[in-house]
Design a protein around this ligand. Structure first.
Ligand code: KG4
Ligand code: ZN
Length: 346
């Protein structure tokens, strides 16, 4: 079964074709980083407009690549969607309303034109499903830690479409904290990759930023940690840190984030007697986070899984994979029933 999926919940426009939920036939992504960089965050109106500009081309390209045709303008994609594609999936939420609507309308139009079922997919379920592309033998149940620019959620995954959310962030998402700290340090946007890179140049992480463990709950909080970085910078009387000091701050900050995330995920694995943890979402690329997880997993007899970096950030292949399981669970709908929900929960 082949699913063509569209992802447009935030600042990446993407279209993909995936076979039987696991084989990626195409996965094309247009990033809006350059559109939002000067604002140090995603500007919803600009995001919607950029999705609108790219969506048709990306759908054509994903269908063309999946059909073996390299040129999206060859025209074969129409025939390909009409004959080879079994269903159209799209992200219905959570995300930015205007951005979600662009994806919904594109998917709905394809479903109508080619008479295909439509499969609305939760974006977070998409991130969870991204783990199976490179780890097809991963068995349920497992703990999923979703860490991205908009989300920080700890979830028990018992079966496809069967999730229990344990906790989520009470303030900043973990990737958002990276982006805000990068801004404090006059680095570029998005902050996660650049902090990760600069931290790699630090000899060691010497600053003891607070670890927001919040042991009484499975929830997270990262705004205090971000404020701690701001206070640390103020304590230097406003003098600009040199490159060595910036590297130390980056390494110390990401160590604090990693310690917090790892402690919670490992505690959840212990509490619910589950020995597998999947770490997904944009921040799952972070090298300190991966290192801390691997160390703690070895100490606690756990297995930890990460998607490769290209599948950590938003992409439509993960939506197609989740869409496959949703469709199999009978959750396909007719094109005229399509909705979006910017606050959708798992
Ligand atoms: O999953 P994603 O592409 O979009 C959302 O669903 O939000 O995640 C984007 C987030 C950004 O905040 C970015 O700074 C962060 O992921 N990120 C990283 C790294 N690469 C991306 N954070 C830490 N380390 C990285 N290497
Ligand atoms: Zn995401």
């Amino acid at each position: 079964m082949k699913i063509l999926a569209i992802e447009s919940s935030c600042d990446e426009t993407s279209a993909a074709v995936v076979e039987n939920g696991g084989k990626i036939l195409s996965n094309v992504v247009a990033s809006q980083e350059s559109v939002h960089a000067r604002y140090f965050g995603v500007v919803p109106e600009l995001a919607s407009r950029a999705h609108l500009e790219k969506i048709n081309y990306l759908v054509e390209k994903s269908a063309a690549v999946a059909s073996g045709e390299k040129r999206p303008d060859a025209g074969n994609w129409k025939k390909y969607i009409g004959t080879d594609i079994n269903a159209i999936a799209y992200t219905y939420g959570p995300g930015l309303m205007g951005s979600l609507l662009i994806g919904q309308i594109a998917a709905q139009t394809l479903a109508y034109l080619f008479d295909k079922p439509l499969v609305p997919v939760n974006h977070l379920e998409g991130h969870i499903s991204s783990i199976f592309f490179e780890n097809p033998s991963l068995k349920y149940p497992f703990i999923a830690l979703i860490v991205s620019g908009g989300h920080t959620e700890l979830v028990i995954c018992r079966k496809p479409c069967g999730y229990k959310v344990l906790g989520y962030t009470r303030d900043d998402a973990c990737g958002e904290a990276f982006d805000k700290v990068a801004k404090l340090l006059d680095l570029s946007y998005p902050g996660g990759p650049v902090i990760d890179k600069i931290a790699g140049k630090a000899g060691s992480a010497t600053i003891k930023f607070p670890r927001p463990y919040m042991k009484e709950t499975w929830d997270f909080s990262f705004s205090g940690l971000k404020t701690a970085v701001a206070y640390y910078l103020k304590s230097k009387n406003g003098s600009k840190p040199d490159s060595g000091a910036v590297a130390d701050i980056c390494a110390s900050f990401q160590d604090a984030v990693a310690d917090t995330l790892v402690a919670k995920a490992v505690a959840a694995a212990g509490k619910f007697s589950i020995d597998r943890i999947a770490v997904v979402g944009g921040v799952a690329s972070n090298s300190a986070l991966r290192k801390h997880f691997r160390k703690e997993a070895a100490l606690n007899n756990l297995k930890v899984y990460f998607p490769s970096p290209g599948l950590c950030t938003d992409n439509a292949a993960m939506i197609a994979a989740a869409g496959y399981w949703r469709y199999k669970a009978g959750r396909g709908i007719s094109f005229d029933k399509a909705v979006v929900d910017s606050n959708a929960e798992l």
